[in-house]
Design a protein around this ligand. Sequence first.
Ligand SMILES: Cc1cc2nc3c(=O)[nH]c(=O)nc-3n(C[C@H](O)[C@H](O)[C@H](O)COP(=O)(O)O)c2cc1C
Length: 329
Amino acid sequence: MQLNAVDTAARLSVAPMMDWTDRHCRIFHRLMSRETLLYTEMVTAPALVRGGAVHLLDYSPEEHPVAVQLGGSDPEELAQATKLCVAHGYDEVNLNVGCPSDRVQSGTFGAVLMKDPGLVAECASAMIGAADGVEVTVKCRIGVDDQDPVVVLPNFLDRVTGAGVRRFAIHARKAWLQGLSPKENRDIPPLDYPLVHRMKAERPDLHLSINGGIHSLDEAARHLAAGMDGAMIGRAAYHQPADVLMTADSRMFGRPDPFNDPRDVVRAMLPYIEAHVSAGGKLAQVTKHMLGVFAGQPGARHWKRVLSERAHKPGAGPELVEAAMMELA
Ligand SMILES: Cc1cc2nc3c(=O)[nH]c(=O)nc-3n(C[C@H](O)[C@H](O)[C@H](O)COP(=O)(O)O)c2cc1C
C-alpha cells in the first residue's frame, strides 16, 4: 500500500471525543507529539450546512496533521459540509459511523448507519466527490444490536471501500442502540480485536486503525505488530496524555520527542493560555484538558485540585498554572 503523509500519521491517532478533543486540547496534545494524527470532536453536517455554524471548523495551523469528523447521513449535505472542511484546510474528513448517542440516533447518523452500508457508501461517495483529493475516511463499530459482526463488518468494509474509501478506524466492539448509555457503549459490549486484525489480514490494501480499550503505547505497538496499520487511542490519551503522547514520536514514528518532562509541556502551553485569557477566554477552558498531565506523579492530586477549584474563577490566568505546578516533586 502506498502511504501518504496523513496515512503515516494515522499509525497513531487520538480519537474524536465530543467536549474533549476541542482545539485547546489538540494544541496541548500537539505539543507532546508532532506526528500523531489528531481528530476534532464530531461536527454535524446539518449544523454546518443548515445552521451556518462554520465557526465550529476553526482551528490553529499548528494542529496539523488534523482530521475533522463529520456526522450526518444525507449525501448532499455531507458533500457540502466536506467542501467547507476542505476549504478550512483539514488533512482528512472522517465520517462518524460509531457514535451511539440518542441525539445522534434521532438524526439517523452515527452507529445506526452500520445497518445501512449502502447509505454509508452513498455518503462516502458524495464526500469524496466534494473533497478535492483530501482523504475521506470512516470511523465505525464492528456492528450494532443483534448484528453478527463476523458477517456485518466485512460486508460493511467492502461496500464502503467500493465507494472509494481506503482508510477506516474500527472501534472493536458493537454498540447497543437501545438500553445502554453512550458511556456504557464504550465499555460493556466486549472488544473483539481478533476480528479487526483479521479484516486487515484479509484486506491488505486498506489502511485500518484499531480502536477501543487501548491504554498505552505498548498496547498500540502490539496491534501494529499484529499487522494493523494504526492504533487510535481515546480515553487513555485524554486522561494520561503525557504517558501516551510524550514518547509517541520516538516510539511510533522514529522521530525525536519534543519534550521529556511534562512540566516543560505545561510551560510551553503558557503563551497559548496567556493569549486565550487575554482574548477574553476562561483559563479552565484550556486547563480542563491538562488535569491528567502529571497522572501517577507525586503532587498530581494537588495540581488537579488547584486547577479544578480555581481555574474557572474570573481573572484566573497563567500564574495559577505556575502556582499549581509548585507542589510537584
Ligand atoms: C467523551 C467522549 C466523547 C466521544 N465522542 C466521540 C465523537 O464525537 N465521535 C466518535 O466517533 N467517537 C466519539 N467517542 C468514542 C471515541 O472516539 C472512541 O471510539 C472510544 O472512546 C473508544 O476508544 P478508547 O477506549 O481508546 O477511549 C467519544 C468518547 C468519549 C469518551
